[in-house]
Design a binder for this molecule. Structure first.
Ligand SMILES: [Zn+2]
Length: 359
């Protein structure tokens, strides 16, 4: 079948009718995605500017001393600088939680913003939806584990804070040795890029000490609550891998993304010749039903995002409040051991003298 006949052919109308389901499902996904992005951004207000501690060389050097002493089983104390640093470490649980949760939510916002655009392209849609499923599943598993510690979803005591922060910090897990390779070219890296000892005792800012989670395991856990999510993930993964999915995505893009029609018509029509009903392949038609279904289920996952975000908003907010109370109590009980000019260990970013007056 020639390109010209294909474009003017009888099947054209029929194809357009078949796609109304897919168009409707894609529209619903746009609406849901843009709503979810707003909910996340509103919930994040206030968290991004918290816990900014200027780290100078002196503080870093003290930090190293404190770390070495602790390794030897000794508890450091003494100068106001050391006390401030120790208090900052006490203030670390909410800091850790924010580092674990906020970047995941911001990544979800980016995906949702892209998905709100109905004509970014099929491969791009599925790639984003796959990323949404991964982040949603990781956050959902950690949410359930956290609720076992704080059933109300709110942190009430410092003890609860320490426990829940450890659970949430698991979201930071990694296998890649970021520290060792930060200045290495990929040619030099070779094939071994993982930590030799991923379970080191002391979690650090390179993600070491946090165990990397198996995403399939997390998705399987969520599948018990949201049946179909594992099958959906399998579909999305196969779709964006250099497998059969490329054929479906480049073929269907032509009609799903009208603006791209001229650009890709020749290439996709070439593929369609092997996939249309005349040739005995029914895959093409079937894949369209699957796409409508893919958008429908993707929308269903994104619908679950706002309640999840509400949990993280509560748990982070209450963690910050409990931590602030704890840090200020510590300073008030031993005022002269802290330099009033230091940054407050509660993480407000204010000097101690000012922070105590305003809180
Ligand atoms: Zn403070």
């Amino acid at each position: 079948m020639s390109v010209a006949r294909r474009l003017a052919g009888n099947n054209r109308t029929e194809y357009m009718l078949d796609e109304s389901d897919t168009f409707e499902a894609r529209k619903a996904l746009s609406t849901e995605s843009s709503a979810a992005a707003s909910v996340i951004l509103n919930s994040l207000k206030g968290f991004q500017k918290t816990f900014v501690w200027p780290l100078d060389d002196e503080v870093n050097a003290i930090g190293k001393q404190v770390y070495d002493l602790r390794k030897q089983g000794k508890e450091p104390s003494g100068s106001p600088k050391v006390n401030t640093l120790l208090a900052r470490q006490t203030g670390a649980p909410p800091h850790k939680m924010i580092m674990a949760v906020v970047p995941k939510l911001l990544t979800l916002v980016k995906s949702c913003h892209r998905l709100a655009n109905p004509s970014q392209g099929l491969t791009e849609d599925i790639n984003d939806l796959r990323g949404v499923v991964e982040r949603f599943a990781a956050l959902e598993v950690v949410k359930d584990k956290s609720l076992a510690i704080v059933p109300s979803g709110k942190v009430k005591s410092f003890e609860e804070l320490v426990q829940v922060a450890d659970v949430i910090a698991d979201l930071l897990g990694t296998r890649f040795d970021w520290e060792a390779h930060q200045f290495t070219s990929f040619e030099e890296m070779g094939k071994k890029t993982e930590y030799t000892d991923p379970k080191r005792d002391e979690p650090d800012l390179w993600g070491r000490g946090f165990q990397a989670r198996n995403i399939l395991g997390q998705i399987d856990k969520v599948d018990k609550k949201l049946p179909g999510i594992r099958a959906y993930y399998n579909f999305c993964s196969e779709f964006v891998h250099p497998n059969f999915g490329d054929l479906i995505s480049t073929t269907c893009d032509k009609t799903l993304v009208p603006t791209m029609f001229n650009k890709v018509a020749v290439a996709t029509t070439y593929c369609e010749n092997s996939l249309n009903e005349d040739s005995g392949w029914s895959q093409y038609t079937k894949s369209r039903f699957l796409l409508a279904e893919a958008y429908r289920f993707g929308t269903k996952v994104i619908e679950q995002v706002p309640p999840q975000v509400a949990f993280y908003k509560d748990v982070l907010g209450s963690a910050i409040r409990v931590n602030r109370r704890n840090a200020h109590k510590k300073i008030r009980n031993s005022k002269d051991q802290f330099s009033k000019n230091d940054f407050c260990p509660c993480g407000s970013g204010k000097r101690i003298s000012i922070c105590l007056k305003t809180n």
